[in-house]
Design a protein around this ligand. Sequence first.
Ligand code: B4P
Length: 190
Amino acid sequence: MLNLVLFGPPGAGKGTQSAFLVQEYSLIHLSTGDLLRAEIAAGTPLGMEAKQLMDQGLLVPDSVVIGMIRNKLEQNTQAKGFIFDGFPRTVEQANALDALLSEKQTAISAMLALVVSEEELVKRLLNRGKDSGRSDDQDESIIRKRITEYNQKTAPLAEFYANQGKYIPIEGIGAISEITSALKTAISKL
Ligand code: B4P
């Protein structure tokens, strides 16, 4: 199986690049951000709890997102592989993912990390906020809070996967198609 973690700060291009990789490699796309926004749109209690945190730029509890990923893995037992977009975001989530995949006799193949400067991230997200309707993209202070959460809780995962020999940094600034090509080149070497 090909199991990829697409990693990077908010606005790095994870969602954008996942769309191309999913098609190219016939993988199942699992985005915890999309799953949470679907819960919000459906007005579920989980969605209401998540919205409160997301609107402040904070991560939602590990137990919530781990449960969502577990369900999706169980619903897709025949998959050729998965692309994890926006998950894991904490060391606890990364350990849970390793355990869930090892139950299925598989593992993460690589972490592809999109590297983008903070000023570029803020610019992209404010730009998306103009027409996406995403409340967490509207306000620069919330965007900066998301980046701080990332630096404190998520960035250490680069070392977590580097220790497993699976961390691959990719330049995330440039034309979207050039970044897709760089990702494909990295995947072809796995
Ligand atoms: P996510 O939905 O994961 O979203 P994101 O980090 O904001 O953005 P992403 O990286 O996918 O955006 P993209 O680059 O595609 O998270 C939202 C929130 O959900 C989190 O803050 C958190 O509260 C919660 N959450 C989600 N997962 C969680 C977890 N595991 N644990 C706890 N909480 C969790 O796009 C950004 C913009 O850049 C787009 O407009 C795009 O068009 C543009 N862009 C992309 N590539 C570009 C390029 N090369 N050049 C110029 N623009 C580009």
